[in-house]
Design a protein around this ligand. Structure first.
Ligand SMILES: [Zn+2]
Length: 477
Protein backbone atom coordinates (compact mmCIF):
# COMPACT_ATOMS: atom_id res chain seq x y z
CA UNK A 1 0.00 0.00 0.00
CA UNK A 2 1.74 3.12 -1.15
CA UNK A 3 -0.98 5.75 -0.87
CA UNK A 4 -1.34 7.34 2.53
CA UNK A 5 -4.92 7.91 3.55
CA UNK A 6 -6.29 11.27 4.57
CA UNK A 7 -7.37 11.07 8.20
CA UNK A 8 -7.51 14.79 8.87
CA UNK A 9 -11.14 14.67 10.02
CA UNK A 10 -10.47 11.96 12.60
CA UNK A 11 -7.34 13.79 13.75
CA UNK A 12 -9.28 17.01 14.16
CA UNK A 13 -11.78 15.15 16.33
CA UNK A 14 -9.07 13.52 18.47
CA UNK A 15 -6.87 16.60 18.89
CA UNK A 16 -8.89 18.25 21.68
CA UNK A 17 -8.51 15.04 23.74
CA UNK A 18 -4.74 15.08 23.10
CA UNK A 19 -4.59 18.70 24.24
CA UNK A 20 -6.61 18.07 27.39
CA UNK A 21 -4.62 15.01 28.39
CA UNK A 22 -1.23 16.61 27.81
CA UNK A 23 -2.04 19.81 29.66
CA UNK A 24 -3.91 18.22 32.58
CA UNK A 25 -1.33 15.49 33.11
CA UNK A 26 1.45 18.12 32.91
CA UNK A 27 -0.32 20.10 35.63
CA UNK A 28 -0.85 17.02 37.82
CA UNK A 29 2.81 15.92 37.49
CA UNK A 30 2.28 12.77 39.55
CA UNK A 31 5.31 10.54 40.12
CA UNK A 32 5.46 6.79 39.38
CA UNK A 33 2.91 4.58 41.14
CA UNK A 34 1.01 7.66 42.36
CA UNK A 35 -0.54 8.69 39.01
CA UNK A 36 -4.06 8.61 40.39
CA UNK A 37 -5.39 11.73 38.66
CA UNK A 38 -3.39 11.17 35.47
CA UNK A 39 -4.81 7.67 34.97
CA UNK A 40 -8.27 9.12 35.61
CA UNK A 41 -7.75 11.76 32.87
CA UNK A 42 -6.95 9.04 30.32
CA UNK A 43 -9.87 6.91 31.47
CA UNK A 44 -12.24 9.88 31.23
CA UNK A 45 -11.18 10.66 27.64
CA UNK A 46 -11.27 7.02 26.53
CA UNK A 47 -14.73 6.47 27.99
CA UNK A 48 -15.99 9.66 26.38
CA UNK A 49 -14.67 8.37 23.06
CA UNK A 50 -16.58 5.10 23.43
CA UNK A 51 -13.89 2.80 24.84
CA UNK A 52 -14.73 0.35 27.65
CA UNK A 53 -12.47 0.17 30.68
CA UNK A 54 -11.92 -3.56 31.01
CA UNK A 55 -9.45 -3.45 33.88
CA UNK A 56 -8.42 -1.05 36.66
CA UNK A 57 -5.56 -1.48 39.06
CA UNK A 58 -4.27 -3.88 36.40
CA UNK A 59 -1.78 -6.61 37.27
CA UNK A 60 -1.31 -5.34 40.83
CA UNK A 61 -0.47 -1.76 39.83
CA UNK A 62 -3.20 0.55 41.21
CA UNK A 63 -2.68 3.30 38.61
CA UNK A 64 -2.62 0.97 35.59
CA UNK A 65 -5.72 0.23 33.49
CA UNK A 66 -6.85 -1.27 30.20
CA UNK A 67 -9.38 0.29 27.80
CA UNK A 68 -10.71 -1.45 24.72
CA UNK A 69 -12.90 -0.88 21.70
CA UNK A 70 -13.76 -3.44 19.10
CA UNK A 71 -15.73 -3.63 15.87
CA UNK A 72 -16.62 -6.33 13.39
CA UNK A 73 -15.78 -9.98 13.24
CA UNK A 74 -12.20 -10.70 14.21
CA UNK A 75 -9.77 -8.31 12.66
CA UNK A 76 -6.35 -7.51 14.09
CA UNK A 77 -5.79 -6.46 17.70
CA UNK A 78 -3.66 -3.35 18.13
CA UNK A 79 -2.14 -2.23 21.44
CA UNK A 80 -0.99 1.20 22.69
CA UNK A 81 1.25 1.97 25.64
CA UNK A 82 0.48 5.41 27.08
CA UNK A 83 2.63 6.39 30.08
CA UNK A 84 1.86 9.30 32.42
CA UNK A 85 4.33 9.41 35.30
CA UNK A 86 6.38 12.49 36.17
CA UNK A 87 9.79 12.72 37.83
CA UNK A 88 10.58 14.09 41.28
CA UNK A 89 12.51 17.36 41.36
CA UNK A 90 11.89 18.24 37.70
CA UNK A 91 8.96 20.59 38.20
CA UNK A 92 9.39 23.74 36.14
CA UNK A 93 7.23 26.55 34.86
CA UNK A 94 6.57 26.56 31.10
CA UNK A 95 9.26 29.20 30.59
CA UNK A 96 12.68 29.00 28.89
CA UNK A 97 14.66 29.09 32.13
CA UNK A 98 14.92 27.05 35.31
CA UNK A 99 12.08 28.41 37.39
CA UNK A 100 9.83 26.65 39.91
CA UNK A 101 6.14 26.39 39.19
CA UNK A 102 4.04 29.11 40.78
CA UNK A 103 1.89 26.48 42.51
CA UNK A 104 4.93 24.93 44.21
CA UNK A 105 4.65 21.54 42.46
CA UNK A 106 8.22 20.19 42.57
CA UNK A 107 7.76 17.13 40.35
CA UNK A 108 7.49 17.56 36.61
CA UNK A 109 7.30 15.87 33.23
CA UNK A 110 11.02 15.85 32.57
CA UNK A 111 10.57 12.80 30.33
CA UNK A 112 7.52 14.20 28.55
CA UNK A 113 5.17 11.39 29.56
CA UNK A 114 2.23 13.82 29.62
CA UNK A 115 2.70 14.04 25.83
CA UNK A 116 3.57 10.37 25.48
CA UNK A 117 0.29 9.29 27.05
CA UNK A 118 -1.76 11.91 25.24
CA UNK A 119 -0.62 10.93 21.74
CA UNK A 120 -1.07 7.17 22.19
CA UNK A 121 -4.53 7.54 23.67
CA UNK A 122 -5.26 10.16 20.99
CA UNK A 123 -4.10 7.81 18.22
CA UNK A 124 -6.47 5.12 19.45
CA UNK A 125 -9.33 7.62 19.52
CA UNK A 126 -8.51 8.88 16.00
CA UNK A 127 -8.15 5.37 14.61
CA UNK A 128 -11.54 4.41 16.05
CA UNK A 129 -13.16 7.32 14.18
CA UNK A 130 -11.77 6.10 10.85
CA UNK A 131 -12.62 2.46 11.59
CA UNK A 132 -16.22 3.44 12.25
CA UNK A 133 -16.47 5.64 9.17
CA UNK A 134 -14.98 2.96 6.91
CA UNK A 135 -16.32 -0.09 8.74
CA UNK A 136 -12.87 -1.59 9.39
CA UNK A 137 -12.85 -4.63 11.68
CA UNK A 138 -10.45 -4.81 14.59
CA UNK A 139 -9.73 -4.22 18.25
CA UNK A 140 -7.95 -1.22 19.76
CA UNK A 141 -6.59 -1.80 23.26
CA UNK A 142 -5.04 0.97 25.33
CA UNK A 143 -2.80 -0.13 28.22
CA UNK A 144 -2.48 2.51 30.93
CA UNK A 145 1.23 1.90 31.41
CA UNK A 146 1.87 3.41 34.82
CA UNK A 147 5.22 3.88 36.54
CA UNK A 148 7.55 3.64 33.55
CA UNK A 149 10.22 5.55 35.47
CA UNK A 150 10.40 3.08 38.35
CA UNK A 151 8.68 -0.31 38.42
CA UNK A 152 7.00 -0.37 35.02
CA UNK A 153 3.42 -1.63 34.95
CA UNK A 154 4.17 -3.15 31.54
CA UNK A 155 6.42 -5.74 33.18
CA UNK A 156 3.58 -6.74 35.52
CA UNK A 157 1.07 -6.81 32.66
CA UNK A 158 3.42 -8.93 30.54
CA UNK A 159 3.78 -11.46 33.36
CA UNK A 160 0.00 -11.88 33.36
CA UNK A 161 -0.07 -12.49 29.62
CA UNK A 162 -2.09 -9.35 28.89
CA UNK A 163 -0.28 -8.67 25.60
CA UNK A 164 -0.34 -12.26 24.34
CA UNK A 165 -3.24 -11.89 21.91
CA UNK A 166 -2.06 -8.64 20.27
CA UNK A 167 -1.13 -8.57 16.59
CA UNK A 168 0.89 -5.35 16.87
CA UNK A 169 1.76 -2.87 19.60
CA UNK A 170 2.72 0.81 19.19
CA UNK A 171 4.67 3.24 21.33
CA UNK A 172 6.36 6.61 20.95
CA UNK A 173 8.60 8.85 23.00
CA UNK A 174 9.03 12.62 23.16
CA UNK A 175 12.55 13.50 22.01
CA UNK A 176 14.73 16.19 20.48
CA UNK A 177 14.52 14.41 17.10
CA UNK A 178 11.99 12.91 14.68
CA UNK A 179 12.82 9.26 14.06
CA UNK A 180 11.52 5.72 14.05
CA UNK A 181 12.70 3.88 17.16
CA UNK A 182 14.42 1.18 15.14
CA UNK A 183 16.96 0.59 17.89
CA UNK A 184 17.86 -2.06 20.40
CA UNK A 185 17.78 -1.05 24.03
CA UNK A 186 19.55 -2.71 26.92
CA UNK A 187 18.09 -5.40 29.16
CA UNK A 188 18.45 -4.71 32.87
CA UNK A 189 17.96 -5.89 36.44
CA UNK A 190 17.38 -3.46 39.31
CA UNK A 191 18.11 -4.62 42.84
CA UNK A 192 18.41 -3.54 46.43
CA UNK A 193 21.23 -5.12 48.42
CA UNK A 194 20.69 -4.88 52.17
CA UNK A 195 23.32 -5.56 54.82
CA UNK A 196 22.55 -6.18 58.47
CA UNK A 197 25.24 -5.97 61.16
CA UNK A 198 25.46 -5.17 64.85
CA UNK A 199 25.43 -1.67 66.26
CA UNK A 200 27.75 -0.44 69.04
CA UNK A 201 29.45 2.73 70.31
CA UNK A 202 32.14 3.32 67.71
CA UNK A 203 34.52 4.92 70.25
CA UNK A 204 33.89 3.03 73.47
CA UNK A 205 33.33 -0.55 72.35
CA UNK A 206 33.73 -0.92 68.56
CA UNK A 207 34.64 -4.61 69.02
CA UNK A 208 31.03 -5.28 69.93
CA UNK A 209 29.85 -3.95 66.57
CA UNK A 210 29.80 -5.37 63.03
CA UNK A 211 29.42 -2.63 60.42
CA UNK A 212 26.83 -3.06 57.69
CA UNK A 213 28.47 -0.09 55.98
CA UNK A 214 31.80 -1.95 55.80
CA UNK A 215 30.00 -4.84 54.14
CA UNK A 216 28.51 -2.45 51.61
CA UNK A 217 31.86 -0.77 50.93
CA UNK A 218 33.47 -4.16 50.38
CA UNK A 219 30.63 -5.22 48.08
CA UNK A 220 31.02 -2.03 46.05
CA UNK A 221 34.72 -2.73 45.71
CA UNK A 222 33.89 -6.24 44.54
CA UNK A 223 31.43 -4.88 41.97
CA UNK A 224 34.07 -2.58 40.55
CA UNK A 225 36.60 -5.41 40.32
CA UNK A 226 33.98 -7.58 38.61
CA UNK A 227 33.48 -4.77 36.08
CA UNK A 228 36.87 -5.48 34.47
CA UNK A 229 35.76 -8.97 33.56
CA UNK A 230 32.36 -8.15 32.11
CA UNK A 231 31.88 -7.84 28.38
CA UNK A 232 32.16 -4.30 26.96
CA UNK A 233 28.36 -4.15 26.54
CA UNK A 234 27.76 -4.30 30.30
CA UNK A 235 26.75 -1.31 32.41
CA UNK A 236 26.79 -1.19 36.19
CA UNK A 237 25.63 1.77 38.25
CA UNK A 238 24.80 2.11 41.92
CA UNK A 239 24.20 4.47 44.82
CA UNK A 240 24.54 4.04 48.55
CA UNK A 241 20.96 4.57 49.65
CA UNK A 242 21.52 4.07 53.33
CA UNK A 243 24.96 4.19 54.91
CA UNK A 244 24.52 4.88 58.64
CA UNK A 245 23.52 7.99 60.55
CA UNK A 246 26.54 9.14 62.53
CA UNK A 247 30.21 8.12 62.64
CA UNK A 248 30.14 7.42 66.39
CA UNK A 249 27.49 4.73 65.90
CA UNK A 250 28.47 1.48 64.16
CA UNK A 251 25.81 1.19 61.39
CA UNK A 252 23.82 -2.00 61.72
CA UNK A 253 22.03 -1.38 58.41
CA UNK A 254 23.16 -0.36 54.93
CA UNK A 255 21.48 -0.50 51.53
CA UNK A 256 22.96 -0.37 48.04
CA UNK A 257 20.74 0.26 45.00
CA UNK A 258 22.19 -1.27 41.86
CA UNK A 259 21.21 -1.48 38.18
CA UNK A 260 22.88 -4.02 35.88
CA UNK A 261 22.44 -3.64 32.11
CA UNK A 262 23.60 -5.59 29.08
CA UNK A 263 22.59 -6.58 25.57
CA UNK A 264 20.18 -9.34 26.62
CA UNK A 265 18.66 -11.20 29.55
CA UNK A 266 21.27 -13.95 29.45
CA UNK A 267 24.10 -11.49 30.06
CA UNK A 268 22.14 -9.58 32.70
CA UNK A 269 21.16 -12.69 34.64
CA UNK A 270 24.77 -13.95 34.65
CA UNK A 271 25.98 -10.64 36.08
CA UNK A 272 23.17 -10.55 38.65
CA UNK A 273 24.21 -14.01 39.86
CA UNK A 274 27.77 -12.79 40.28
CA UNK A 275 26.50 -9.75 42.20
CA UNK A 276 24.75 -12.10 44.65
CA UNK A 277 28.05 -13.93 45.25
CA UNK A 278 29.82 -10.62 45.84
CA UNK A 279 27.18 -9.56 48.39
CA UNK A 280 27.48 -12.90 50.21
CA UNK A 281 31.27 -12.67 50.15
CA UNK A 282 31.25 -9.15 51.57
CA UNK A 283 28.87 -10.25 54.32
CA UNK A 284 31.03 -13.25 55.19
CA UNK A 285 34.16 -11.11 55.40
CA UNK A 286 32.52 -8.58 57.71
CA UNK A 287 30.45 -11.00 59.83
CA UNK A 288 27.23 -9.42 58.66
CA UNK A 289 24.37 -10.75 56.55
CA UNK A 290 23.29 -9.74 53.04
CA UNK A 291 20.06 -10.04 51.07
CA UNK A 292 19.74 -9.22 47.37
CA UNK A 293 16.26 -8.30 46.16
CA UNK A 294 16.06 -8.18 42.37
CA UNK A 295 12.74 -6.37 42.35
CA UNK A 296 12.41 -5.71 38.62
CA UNK A 297 14.13 -6.51 35.36
CA UNK A 298 13.57 -5.82 31.68
CA UNK A 299 14.32 -7.45 28.37
CA UNK A 300 16.23 -5.75 25.57
CA UNK A 301 14.05 -3.92 23.04
CA UNK A 302 13.47 -5.97 19.89
CA UNK A 303 12.92 -4.07 16.62
CA UNK A 304 10.63 -5.12 13.78
CA UNK A 305 11.78 -4.31 10.25
CA UNK A 306 8.48 -4.21 8.31
CA UNK A 307 6.85 -2.02 10.95
CA UNK A 308 9.91 0.23 11.15
CA UNK A 309 9.95 0.75 7.38
CA UNK A 310 6.26 1.54 7.23
CA UNK A 311 6.47 3.95 10.12
CA UNK A 312 9.42 5.67 8.45
CA UNK A 313 7.23 6.32 5.40
CA UNK A 314 4.46 7.68 7.63
CA UNK A 315 6.86 9.78 9.69
CA UNK A 316 8.26 11.38 6.54
CA UNK A 317 4.72 11.99 5.29
CA UNK A 318 3.55 13.71 8.49
CA UNK A 319 6.88 15.42 9.03
CA UNK A 320 8.16 17.61 11.81
CA UNK A 321 5.74 20.23 13.17
CA UNK A 322 5.91 23.68 11.57
CA UNK A 323 7.56 25.66 14.37
CA UNK A 324 6.81 29.33 14.85
CA UNK A 325 9.62 31.83 15.32
CA UNK A 326 8.52 32.21 18.97
CA UNK A 327 8.89 28.46 19.51
CA UNK A 328 12.35 28.42 17.94
CA UNK A 329 13.31 31.35 20.14
CA UNK A 330 11.97 29.54 23.24
CA UNK A 331 14.07 26.50 22.30
CA UNK A 332 17.21 28.56 21.66
CA UNK A 333 16.82 30.26 25.03
CA UNK A 334 16.55 26.86 26.77
CA UNK A 335 19.72 25.75 24.98
CA UNK A 336 21.57 28.93 25.98
CA UNK A 337 20.48 28.44 29.59
CA UNK A 338 21.78 24.84 29.46
CA UNK A 339 25.15 25.94 28.03
CA UNK A 340 24.35 24.33 24.66
CA UNK A 341 24.68 25.76 21.15
CA UNK A 342 21.38 27.56 20.41
CA UNK A 343 20.34 25.39 17.44
CA UNK A 344 16.63 25.55 18.16
CA UNK A 345 14.25 22.72 17.26
CA UNK A 346 14.64 19.84 14.81
CA UNK A 347 13.17 20.69 11.41
CA UNK A 348 13.57 17.41 9.52
CA UNK A 349 13.13 13.67 10.03
CA UNK A 350 16.04 11.31 10.57
CA UNK A 351 16.73 8.50 8.07
CA UNK A 352 15.83 5.02 9.32
CA UNK A 353 18.30 3.77 11.96
CA UNK A 354 19.94 0.39 11.41
CA UNK A 355 19.13 -1.08 14.83
CA UNK A 356 21.97 0.44 16.86
CA UNK A 357 22.22 -0.69 20.50
CA UNK A 358 21.70 2.12 22.97
CA UNK A 359 22.50 2.03 26.67
CA UNK A 360 19.12 2.94 28.12
CA UNK A 361 16.31 0.50 28.88
CA UNK A 362 12.53 0.62 28.56
CA UNK A 363 9.72 -1.59 29.77
CA UNK A 364 8.32 -1.41 26.22
CA UNK A 365 10.92 -4.13 25.63
CA UNK A 366 8.74 -6.71 27.39
CA UNK A 367 6.02 -6.30 24.79
CA UNK A 368 8.52 -6.39 21.92
CA UNK A 369 9.28 -10.04 22.78
CA UNK A 370 5.57 -10.91 22.93
CA UNK A 371 4.20 -9.24 19.79
CA UNK A 372 5.56 -7.14 16.87
CA UNK A 373 6.24 -3.72 18.39
CA UNK A 374 7.47 -0.42 16.97
CA UNK A 375 7.44 3.25 17.86
CA UNK A 376 8.57 6.69 16.89
CA UNK A 377 10.20 9.74 18.42
CA UNK A 378 8.93 13.24 17.72
CA UNK A 379 10.58 16.52 18.67
CA UNK A 380 9.05 18.04 21.79
CA UNK A 381 12.22 19.64 23.14
CA UNK A 382 15.26 21.52 21.83
CA UNK A 383 18.07 19.70 20.03
CA UNK A 384 20.88 18.30 22.22
CA UNK A 385 18.81 18.67 25.37
CA UNK A 386 19.07 15.62 27.60
CA UNK A 387 15.98 13.76 28.81
CA UNK A 388 15.18 14.19 32.51
CA UNK A 389 16.08 17.89 32.57
CA UNK A 390 13.96 21.01 33.17
CA UNK A 391 13.72 22.13 29.48
CA UNK A 392 11.83 18.90 28.74
CA UNK A 393 9.30 19.83 31.42
CA UNK A 394 9.13 23.44 30.23
CA UNK A 395 8.60 22.60 26.53
CA UNK A 396 6.12 19.86 27.42
CA UNK A 397 3.90 22.42 29.09
CA UNK A 398 3.59 24.72 26.08
CA UNK A 399 3.00 24.61 22.33
CA UNK A 400 6.31 22.92 21.40
CA UNK A 401 5.41 19.76 23.30
CA UNK A 402 1.82 19.81 22.17
CA UNK A 403 2.73 20.15 18.48
CA UNK A 404 5.11 17.19 18.79
CA UNK A 405 2.38 15.14 20.46
CA UNK A 406 -0.16 16.01 17.75
CA UNK A 407 2.27 15.00 15.00
CA UNK A 408 2.96 11.73 16.85
CA UNK A 409 -0.78 11.11 17.15
CA UNK A 410 -1.15 11.31 13.39
CA UNK A 411 1.74 8.95 12.61
CA UNK A 412 0.48 6.42 15.17
CA UNK A 413 -3.11 6.60 13.91
CA UNK A 414 -1.96 6.13 10.31
CA UNK A 415 0.20 3.19 11.34
CA UNK A 416 -2.78 1.64 13.11
CA UNK A 417 -4.96 1.89 10.01
CA UNK A 418 -2.18 0.41 7.90
CA UNK A 419 -1.85 -2.68 10.05
CA UNK A 420 -5.64 -3.04 10.18
CA UNK A 421 -6.10 -2.86 6.44
CA UNK A 422 -2.83 -4.14 4.95
CA UNK A 423 -2.74 -7.89 5.50
CA UNK A 424 0.63 -8.14 3.78
CA UNK A 425 2.21 -5.69 6.22
CA UNK A 426 0.73 -7.52 9.18
CA UNK A 427 1.97 -10.88 7.90
CA UNK A 428 5.45 -9.48 7.22
CA UNK A 429 5.63 -7.98 10.72
CA UNK A 430 4.59 -11.32 12.20
CA UNK A 431 7.12 -13.26 10.11
CA UNK A 432 9.93 -10.89 11.17
CA UNK A 433 8.88 -11.31 14.80
CA UNK A 434 8.75 -15.12 14.55
CA UNK A 435 12.22 -15.20 13.04
CA UNK A 436 13.72 -12.99 15.74
CA UNK A 437 12.08 -14.90 18.58
CA UNK A 438 12.64 -18.45 17.32
CA UNK A 439 13.09 -20.79 20.28
CA UNK A 440 12.33 -17.99 22.75
CA UNK A 441 9.86 -18.36 25.60
CA UNK A 442 8.94 -15.27 27.57
CA UNK A 443 10.06 -15.55 31.19
CA UNK A 444 9.15 -12.63 33.41
CA UNK A 445 12.12 -10.85 34.96
CA UNK A 446 9.99 -10.29 38.08
CA UNK A 447 10.58 -12.48 41.13
CA UNK A 448 7.55 -14.81 41.37
CA UNK A 449 6.82 -13.90 45.00
CA UNK A 450 6.56 -10.21 44.16
CA UNK A 451 2.91 -9.50 43.45
CA UNK A 452 3.04 -5.69 43.38
CA UNK A 453 5.72 -3.01 42.93
CA UNK A 454 7.78 -2.58 46.11
CA UNK A 455 7.55 1.21 45.94
CA UNK A 456 3.75 1.46 46.19
CA UNK A 457 2.87 4.31 48.56
CA UNK A 458 1.08 3.14 51.70
CA UNK A 459 -2.01 5.20 50.92
CA UNK A 460 -2.46 3.32 47.63
CA UNK A 461 -1.22 -0.10 48.63
CA UNK A 462 -4.56 -1.81 48.94
CA UNK A 463 -5.25 -5.08 47.20
CA UNK A 464 -4.78 -4.15 43.58
CA UNK A 465 -7.26 -1.48 44.20
CA UNK A 466 -10.36 -1.31 42.13
CA UNK A 467 -11.68 0.84 44.98
CA UNK A 468 -8.92 3.40 44.92
CA UNK A 469 -9.17 3.83 41.18
CA UNK A 470 -12.92 4.34 41.25
CA UNK A 471 -12.40 6.83 44.09
CA UNK A 472 -9.88 8.64 41.94
CA UNK A 473 -12.32 9.13 39.16
CA UNK A 474 -14.40 11.35 41.37
CA UNK A 475 -11.51 13.60 42.19
CA UNK A 476 -11.53 16.96 40.47
CA UNK A 477 -9.62 16.48 37.23
ZN1 LIG B 1 10.37 8.33 29.29
Amino acid sequence: MDTIRDISEAIALANPAVERISSEVWQLAEVSLEEVGSAAVHIRELEAAGFTITSRGTAGVPTAFIAEWSQGDGGPKVGYLPEYDALPGLGNAAVPRQEPRADGQTSGHGCGHNLLGAALTGAAIAAKQVMEAENIAGTLRVYGAAAEETEGAKVYMAREGLFDDLDVCFHWHPAPIAAVVNVRMAANDAMKIEFHGQTAHAGLEPWKGRSALHAMELAAHGLNLMREHLEPTARLHYVFESAGQAPNVVPDYARLWLVVRDIDRRHVVATTNWVKQIADGAALATQTTATVDVYIGKHDLLPNTPLAKRMQTLLEHVGVPAWSEEEQEFARECQTQMGLTPKGLMTRTMPLFDEPTIGGSSDVAEISWITPTMGIAMPTMPLDVSMHTWPVTACGGMSIGLKGALAATEVLALATLDVLTDAELLAAARADFEKRTEGFTYVSPLPPQQKQPRGLPAWLNSDGSAESLSAMEHQPG
